[in-house]
Design a protein around this ligand. Structure first.
Ligand code: ADP
Ligand code: MG
Ligand code: MG
Length: 867
């Protein structure tokens, strides 16, 4: 068996990819081969790291010899020898994984220096200050990375020395000062490790390589990977790079630059430079760096090279780049390039500009916008320039920011919300709070996860919500709250940022949503590319109008229960539930009918020309009654007890209600038909009506419900409409053929389907074991956030196949929250669904994600560079 090759020079044309060389390595290789000035060096592959980890810390066989060979070649190129005491070759040893994890792993600079070589370097360059500065940096970085010595220990010594010398900055220290510092650092090293600082260059290198491999598993890298859904077994590559020196004096320095402004996308170099500095000095804040314009004055030649090089790199990668560079005696070197992290606004502007400049195609522009990031632009945000004091944090449950006076109950929110901005603050919300949530600018809860009632409803409304804020305790009776030690009442103002989970005392300046031209244009391109249609989940004419504004092509889910919850209707709904017999029930329903009809008319008009799927009543009836303690009389208490179920999620709800009390669904069908006929008479356009029955599991259920629907509609007059069902039970998926017999369409309700397929009750799961599952890696992703494709997704595939086997023109879509999540949208595209439906605020994301799914199918991937 031949051994895999573990080491590649930057100028090796073998074209190995990012997976093997890591982002930093591939960037260095590509730049080298483009002819950009990059110091020479080589990359040890992620394969070697994986082998190292798999063996429990053994360098894979042959690696050391391979490194020796490449080191010899590097010495040749550099004209210097590694470990030479008179004129030493120095290198950096740098981590770099395939996926960018900025600052998470380790790097050591100036490797190869020792007590003798530092004098050689000083003699050679005639710059003892520089030589000593380089050596003290090596000891600190090596001590930290290889031996785990706390960096603070070194920093403290440096500060003490500066104080003693009256030096304001470290560049004010003399060559002798730095020689002293080297001695101090060496003593510190020996105290901490029990041995002297290693003097053998090859020994330093071997230990540094191991330490970088090991930095893959340091705690902060692990946390970062978890947060960004990066696999734990990728490993990091190691780059060994000849040192170039920015710390040689005023003609040298180091900097970072972007090819365009990463916050606005405006063209033009943007960055910072620090003269007489090395490595991370620019970002670490040891001194305040200068804007690049300053460098243009002091080092015009190097600046000129920088401008030219950046233009070349951007043209090569056809994307905004973020680079690290060093100037050594007026000569520019690039040390890293990667695709620049940018705000959503900058992403849109730069992509639109690049299409204009002919650098990329429209497809490329669409492919490279991160759909999740667009969320930033669709809600008011805290002014990035505002100075805010965060008093507590919770879950970033629904994006956007809001300031307002605290209120503790829904009624007060509804009342005061008419005239002022209020934030509803609760332990957690219930369906009873809906009117308060509608009136509030934002919602803050102490309990509950990302899919708690508050979070789901707020996201649906596009309203900011911070949930599960542990530092909050609420006394709703007394109308007081305590937030991280601050006592608050109904006179205090707070600000919440649902995009980050921040909670701030007092008001904060907000900036409005930024749906600008770039946004519209790129989404327009996306629309031309996608196959999936995008509908919205909307329950009111206002939501429908908002959805349309965001480009929705219909309503995929109009829930009727919210109409039952409205303040003026709840009493009538309760009357209906309390009715002693069918006649009394029908009388109450008769009163509700005109309200429902008016709601539907408004929605049909807002969605004129586009389909509207209306779901008949779904929740168990007891949700419309007050809690037992609050019931007003014995009769009501009795009814509440009678309706109480051990597991309402699996109880008398959905189409079971329609079969037990047909008059409820009859009233709803009647209201739908009357509304459709009225709107047609008024506007001349017949609404495209789709009547949907929830929670169907058996063909026989839908057969009967369809018959009821058709019979009721026939009584109302001439009307075209479709009858379909939610697919949200595993049985419905596996017997989709039986159900399809009676359905014109299927709509996957993936929230309930996830609960029933996994046997997870969402609220219990999120508050309890699911968090642990995710932390422990039992599950990689929260199945309520992104579709469990191999489980729930497989049930969906079965349903699609079996449904179509009976009816090949069966319309199919998805209306769970997953319908607005990019990976799930892509999955639905692959399944061949006709549409996805999501909350109005996620419609633009879904449009983009649908286009990206179509592009991926056609082989167009987002351009990504560097690492
Ligand atoms: P990170 O991934 O944290 O950015 P890097 O490996 O890029 O770490 O290196 C840290 C700093 O050291 C960067 O500013 C980089 O430009 C600089 N640096 C790395 N290697 C060299 C080198 N051979 N010569 C000069 N500076 C270097
Ligand atoms: Mg870097
Ligand atoms: Mg459901």
């Amino acid at each position: 068996m031949t051994r895999p090759r573990y080491v590649y020079d930057f100028d090796d044309p073998s074209g190995e990819g990012r997976e093997l060389l890591g982002g930093k390595g591939i960037g260095l290789a590509e730049m080298t081969q483009l002819g950009v000035p990059v110091p020479a060096g080589f990359t040890i592959t992620t394969d070697a790291c994986r082998a190292y980890m798999a063996s429990g810390g053994e360098l894979p066989e042959g690696l050391e010899e391979e490194i020796d060979g490449h080191l010899a070649a590097l010495e040749e190129k550099a004209g210097k020898r590694f470990g030479d005491p008179r004129d030493p070759l120095l290198v950096s040893v740098r981590s770099g994984a395939a996926v960018s994890m900025p600052g998470m792993m380790d790097t050591i600079l100036n490797l190869g220096l020792n007590d003798e070589a530092v004098r050689g370097l000083a003699d050679r360059t005639g710059n003892a200050r520089f030589a000593n500065d380089s050596y003290r940096r090596l000891i600190q970085m090596y001590g930290g990375v290889v031996d785990g010595i706390d960096g603070e220990r070194f920093e403290d010594e440096l500060s003490k020395l500066k104080e003693k010398r009256g030096a304001a900055q470290d560049i004010d220290l003399s060559a002798e000062d730095l020689a002293d510092l080297v001695e101090t650092f060496k003593r510190l090293y020996e105290d901490e490790t029990g041995g002297p600082f290693p003097q053998d260059a090859r020994d330093q290198l071997a230990r540094a390589v191991r330490a970088v491999f090991e930095s893959w598993d340091n705690p902060r890298a692990q946390v970062y990977r978890r947060a960004h859904h990066i696999a734990d077994d990728l490993g990091t590559a190691v780059n060994v790079v000849q040192m170039v020196f920015g710390n040689k004096g005023e003609r040298s320095g180091t900097g970072v630059a972007f090819t365009r402004d990463p916050s606005t996308g405006e063209p033009g170099l943007y960055g910072e430079f620090l003269p007489d500095a090395q490595g991370e000095d620019v970002v670490s804040g040891v001194r305040t760096p200068q804007p690049l314009a300053e460098m243009q004055k002091t080092l015009p030649d190097a600046f000129e090279q920088l401008v030219e090089t950046m233009a070349r790199i951007e043209e090569h990668y056809r994307d905004m780049q973020d680079i690290e560079f060093t100037v050594e005696d007026d000569r520019l070197y690039l040390l890293q390039t990667r695709s620049a992290k940018r705000t959503a606004a900058a992403a849109l502007k730069s992509a639109a500009d690049m299409v204009d400049e002919g650098l990329i195609s429209r497809e490329d522009a669409v492919a490279r916008i991160d759909p999740d990031q667009l969320d930033q632009l669709l809600h008011p945000m805290i002014d990035p320039a505002a100075d805010v004091e965060v008093v507590a944090r919770g879950l970033n449950a629904s994006p956007g920011a809001a300031s307002g006076t605290i209120v503790f109950d829904a009624d007060t929110a509804a009342e005061r919300g008419q005239t002022e901005d209020v934030i509803l603050v609760r332990w957690e919300t219930t369906p009873d709070d809906i009117h308060g949530m509608i009136a509030a600018k934002g919602i803050l809860t102490a309990h509950g996860g990302m899919t708690s009632h508050a979070a789901v409803v707020a996201r649906g409304m596009g309203k900011p919500c911070v949930a599960g804020c542990e530092a909050l305790s609420v006394d709703a009776q007394a109308k007081r709250a305590s937030l991280n030690g601050h006592e608050l009442g109904e006179e205090d103002v707070i600000t919440i940022d649902g995009g980050t989970g921040r909670v701030i005392l007092g008001p904060v300046d907000l900036v409005p949503p930024q749906i600008n031209e770039d946004f519209e244009m790129i989404l327009g391109w996306a629309d031309a590319l996608r196959r999936l249609r995008v509908r919205a989940n909307a329950d009111t004419p206002e939501d429908a109008a908002k959805a349309r504004e965001f480009g929705a092509q219909g309503i995929g889910l109009c829930r009727t229960e919210h109409m039952f919850m409205a303040e003026d209707r709840l009493p009538v709904v309760r009357e209906m539930i309390m009715a002693s017999g069918e006649d009394e029930r029908r009388a109450a329903l008769e009163k509700l009918l005109p309200h429902q009809q008016a709601d539907f008319e408004g929605i049909f008009e807002a969605m004129a020309g586009l389909p509207v799927t209306i779901r008949l009543l779904d929740p168990p009836l007891h949700e419309f009654l007050p809690p037992l303690e609050e019931a007003k009389d014995e009769r009501m208490r009795e009814r509440i007890r009678a309706l109480r179920e051990a597991n309402p999620m699996l109880g008398t709800r959905g189409c079971r209600l329609g079969l037990m009390w047909p008059e409820i669904y009859e009233m709803q069908v009647r209201a739908i038909c009357r509304a459709a006929i009225a709107v047609e008479q008024r506007t001349g356009d017949a609404p495209l009506v789709e009547i949907m029955h929830p929670l169907v599991g058996f063909g026989e259920e839908l057969k009967r419900l369809r018959a009821m629907t058709v019979a009721t509609a026939a009584e109302e007059g001439e009307l075209e409409y479709l009858v379909g069902t939610m697919i949200e039970l595993p049985r419905a998926c596996v017997r989709a053929d039986e159900i399809a017999e009676h359905a014109d369409f299927f709509s996957f309700g993936t929230n309930d389907l996830t609960q029933t397929a996994l046997g997870f009750s969402r609220d219990d799961a999120e508050g309890k074991f699911l968090t642990r599952y995710l932390e422990d890696g039992i599950l990689a992703r929260n199945p309520f956030e992104t579709l469990d494709q191999s489980g729930v997704g497989d049930l969906m595939r079965t349903a699609v196949e079996r449904g179509r086997s009976v009816k090949d023109d069966l319309k199919m879509g998805i209306c769970g929250e997953h319908g607005g999540e990019p990976a799930s949208v892509a999955f639905c595209h692959g399944l061949g669904l006709e549409y996805v439906s999501c909350s109005p605020y996620r419609v633009p994301l879904a449009r983009l994600a649908a286009a990206q799914a179509a592009l991926r199918e056609a082989g167009v991937e987002a351009v990504v560079a560097g690492g």
